[in-house]
Design a protein around this ligand. Structure first.
Ligand code: ACM
Length: 651
């Protein structure tokens, strides 16, 4: 029963009984307990099951009002869950020959269980069935988040909504919206309308849209909390309200990426009056207990140059800019406390003067997470979950907020609430953002939900591939937009030659793309081969796996299937160059195609020799090495990902 073992995240306890509950058109579900959002959730799962199996289910809507004595699945819960940290999300799912029962303390726990139920659907020669199973499940961490930067590149409502759906599927429960930046202020303010009117190029969420997002997420057991990044990362605020700034205006919306010197003036009462009014307005819009104030990457240079700020610091005995930021943070904390909000901020707000009821969001290293928890501050981890860095899912998967060898005491560990995948959007647009979030974030979701002992990377990848299709089914566009982007690159022609190459490319990693002789701006095109290319490409990863297996046991059968691939890759170059003739946007990656051809031809010779127990000549090895060295270069801000495995094989 291969499909039975495709659950993601892996439940805390699961055992299969070998029985089968057969699905047929008479299958009906009912809830026991009053929760209209759970009825809607269950109805969506019921419809998905119908869509997936093609079975003509008869029930209109899942509800608790029907007298469905013949319902084969019953969902029980004790109470409506609250969208709060440490809310109970546990559930038990039992399936046997006669039917399915799902039991939870809260309707949110029942939602988590419904997602597991949908993942169980299996098929055999007799049709579709739910395998007999006993599952007892609950999350390891209470904070399992995704941060979406809707500022660097504007991410409209549909991006947010489809990603909430995908989060729910992966049992994630916090959406952190990064709403203000140098490049944009992305929410309507009725109190200070010049924020969105002058600071967003017209790209912002209306207050009605925010309410819709919050409600949509709440119906899926997901909290939504805002980040207004202050005092740095704030150029867009200053366009409409230059009097908030630390130097005289005028200011313009920033089009460049990177860290700016502009910052709010922490010495003016006007600043706090403004933030008090704005945060009051925003606190009402976002009912969550938490409110993120950013606080990262303040250079302090505009403060250094302002004589009034320098005078203020002298008078108050404030020694340096760190202390000045702490002074600012304490004032903001006062504002948020009066609004009944708990303050969250990036590493930089972790300063000794800050009281213990703030939350430290660790991004620069796990060190701040460890220190914060030792000092009794609550904290969440994003270092290691920066999905914009284009690292493989395996890297994020093994990044545990509390690793097995932690030195933290159990009491200290309690301060670590969980983590957030962070989707910064400098290099992504609504077209390709899903492919940067998914499916890798599913690996992070599993890290934050499943027991720490679940860490078999191969098994994660096996399940991730399947889950990726399920995520697409739920609505995210990481797969379908890939081919759309390739069609544009091919000028509407057959995409086969470009797909064959781009399947082997990944965008440059760890922000090196910004240092490759290209100046990316917010208005630049993000439609080139490097933008279509996806992180953690499967084919190069699997080729590396085959090489590693061959290296460990010397069995050529691991490599044999790849000979046909090298044949195809070698032949692809002619078709690719023909295409690049008529589609000039592709020309920047022609060198990759050419290197792929050269490597493929030599690899065919090399593998042919291995197959026949022959020995490659020194000359062939030298040439392969030389070509690989040249193929390690980046072209079009993309890397040819099969090179490391070829080098490993011949070393
Ligand atoms: C950050 O990445 N500047 C929080």
């Amino acid at each position: 029963m291969e499909k039975d073992k495709l659950l993601m995240p892996v439940p805390k306890e699961v055992s299969f009984t070998g029985e089968k509950f057969r699905l047929d058109p008479s299958f009906m579900m009912r809830t026991a307990g009053k929760s209209s959002r759970l009825n809607s959730y269950a109805t969506r799962i019921y419809r998905s099951l119908s869509d997936r199996t093609g079975l003509f289910f008869l029930q209109d809507n899942v509800s608790d009002s029907d007298t469905l004595t013949n319902a084969k699945m019953t969902i029980r819960f004790d109470r409506t869950g609250e969208l709060k940290v440490n809310e109970n999300e546990a559930y038990e799912l039992k399936a046997g020959k006669e039917g399915v029962t799902l039991t939870a303390k809260t309707d949110i726990g029942a939602m988590r269980g419904l997602e597991t139920f949908l993942q169980l659907v299996s098929a055999d020669k007799d049709g579709y069935y739910i395998p007999g199973v006993m599952i007892k499940d609950e999350p390891r961490f209470t904070w399992r988040g995704l941060m979406l930067d809707v500022c660097r590149h504007w991410m409209p409502l549909d991006v947010v909504i489809r990603n909430i759906d995908a989060m729910a599927m992966m049992k994630m429960n916090v959406l952190h919206l990064h709403l203000s930046e140098d490049q944009g202020f992305r929410v309507e303010s009725k109190v200070y309308p010049k924020l969105h009117e002058m600071g967003s190029d017209g790209n912002y969420f209306t207050q009605d849209q925010i309410k819709y997002i919050v409600k949509y997420a709440a119906e899926r057991g997901i909290r939504v909390y805002p980040e207004f990044d202050v005092p740095g990362h704030s150029v867009a605020w200053l366009v409409g309200y230059p009097e908030l700034g630390s130097r005289p205006g005028p200011y313009k919306i920033e089009r460049r990426w990177g860290i700016r010197d502009e910052a709010l003036d922490p010495t003016k009462e006007f600043t706090y009056e403004f933030l008090g009014n704005l945060f009051k307005e925003m606190a009402a819009l976002f009912p969550d207990d938490y409110f993120h104030i950013g606080g990262d990457e303040v250079t302090g240079k505009d403060w250094d140059k302002n004589p009034d700020i320098q005078k203020f610091m002298k008078e108050k005995g404030i020694k340096d800019n760190h202390e000045l930021q702490a002074h600012f943070n304490l004032r903001i904390l006062d504002i948020l406390t009066k609004l009944n909000k708990k303050m969250v901020g990036w590493d930089e707000i972790f300063q000794p003067v800050m009281p213990k009821d703030i939350v430290i969001h660790s991004w620069r290293g796990i060190k701040s997470l460890v220190e914060a928890s030792q000092k009794g501050y609550y904290c969440i981890l994003s270092n290691g979950y920066y999905i914009d860095l284009i690292q493989p899912a395996s890297f994020h998967y093994l990044n545990d907020p509390i690793p097995a060898d932690t030195k933290l005491t159990p009491a200290e560990q309690k301060y670590i609430l969980g983590g957030e995948a962070t989707m910064w959007s400098e290099l992504v647009t609504p077209e390709n953002v899903d492919s940067r979030i998914w499916p890798r974030t599913a690996a992070i979701a599993e890290r934050l939900w499943s027991p720490g002992s679940v860490k078999d990377v191969d098994d994660m990848y096996r399940r991730l591939e399947y889950i990726s299709f399920r995520l697409e089914e739920r609505g995210v566009k990481h797969i379908k937009n890939y081919e759309m982007m390739l069609r544009r690159l091919a000028g509407g022609r057959d995409i086969a030659p470009v797909k064959m190459l781009v399947d082997l490319l990944e965008p440059m990693k760890i922000y090196t793309r910004h240092r490759d002789g290209v100046t990316y701006l917010s208005i630049s095109p993000y439609t080139r081969a490097a933008d279509a290319a996806r992180p953690d490409q499967k084919i190069p990863r699997e080729f590396m796996k085959a090489v590693e297996k061959y290296k460990s046991d010397g069995n050529f059968t691991h490599l044999e299937p790849w000979m046909a691939m090298f044949e195809l890759w070698g032949d692809n170059h002619a078709a690719f160059t023909d295409l690049a003739e008529v589609s000039p946007v592709l020309r920047e990656v022609v060198p990759h195609s050419e290197n792929l051809k050269k490597i493929s031809e030599m690899m065919l010779e090399y593998l042919g020799l291995l197959q026949n127990n022959g020995k490659p000549s020194k000359e062939l090895l030298e040439n392969l090495k030389k070509t690989c060295e040249s193929a390690k270069k980046t072209y079009g801000q993309a890397e040819l990902m099969i090179v490391p495995a070829v080098l490993k094989l011949i070393e």
